[in-house]
Design a binder for this molecule. Structure first.
Ligand code: FES
Length: 103
């Protein structure tokens, strides 16, 4: 085991203090464990809720205020139906990638 001493701070104590003091990244709230199917129109901006606290899922209502999260702006080139992520854990941002099946 590596251990050295410098004044009052040994390597092991400083290493532990670093991780205790490190800020933990927030986890989003799971709004639901399946996607939201929405009809979208071209040339309109949509703000997908990333924090999971919005009451207007899957879109932002400003509830992220004071959290580490910001909504994701998405636009479309055509009118179509889209599956927005409801679990807030997709690796594909605003869009469902099936991750909810493993939660
Ligand atoms: S609802 Fe989040 S990945 Fe499907």
């Amino acid at each position: 085991m590596i251990s050295f001493s410098s004044g009052f701070c040994t390597f092991r104590i400083c290493y532990l203090a670093f991780f205790i003091g490190a800020k933990k990244m927030s986890e989003p709230k799971i709004a639901q464990k399946f996607p939201y199917k929405e009809a979208v129109v071209s040339d309109k901006s949509y703000y997908w809720c990333r924090c999971g606290q919005s009451s207007k899922q899957p879109f932002c209502d400003g509830s992220h205020e004071g959290t580490d999260f910001l909504p994701e702006k998405v636009t479309f080139e055509e009118n179509k139906e889209v599956y927005f992520c409801g679990c807030k854990n997709s690796s594909n941002g605003a869009f469902c990638d099936g991750t909810h099946k493993n939660l």
